[in-house]
Design a protein. Structure first.
Length: 164
């Protein structure tokens, strides 16, 4: 009777441990895929903002790095693209802003974009779900671009208000 209980206990342990090992292997080798069609499109800049930004090389390089994001097919590609985008974003942060855009409104949007970019990097490196961080990052970047449009379209003279 004791032998039967011992055999039953050992077999239950073997079956239980084997199931955990299989699930660990499958999660470690899972491939996170992201499809460019799931991602929102980037906002467009109006012509005045484009004209002012065309002479800002760091911004132009960041814009070019976004094209690769929509062509990503697997997690390794995503990690490489995100690392390149982080490098371009840091270059943009360190560069000299055009005078019209050297304001806290633009810089704060850029910090939010950087935060979500780093969140996407963490999600891709830890092999967790990457679609929602990618969407959040693109929404933050679109807000960054929209801020350029707002600054260019703003006709309110702050000096008149502050003088009164």
């Amino acid at each position: 009777m004791r032998l039967m209980k011992l055999l039953l206990l050992v077999s239950a342990l073997l079956i239980g441990c084997r199931g955990e090992r299989d699930s660990q292997e499958s999660s470690a080798t899972s491939v996170i895929e992201i499809d460019g069609t799931q991602l929102p499109q980037r906002s467009t800049l109006n012509s005045r903002a484009k004209e002012m930004l065309k002479d800002w090389p760091a911004f132009q390089e960041l814009e070019k790095s976004f094209e690769a994001l929509y062509r990503v097919e697997n997690n390794e590609d995503l990690i490489l693209v995100v690392e390149e985008m982080i490098k371009r974003q840091n270059d943009l942060e360190d560069s000299e802003y055009p005078e019209a855009f050297d304001i806290p409104h633009v810089k704060s949007r850029q910090k939010v974009f950087k935060t979500y970019l780093l969140k996407l990097k963490a999600a891709s490196e830890y092999r967790t779900e990457v679609v929602s961080p990618a969407i959040e990052m693109l929404e933050a970047y679109n807000a960054f671009l929209e801020q350029f449009n707002i600054v260019v379209n703003d006709t309110l003279d702050l000096n008149l208000i502050l003088d009164e």
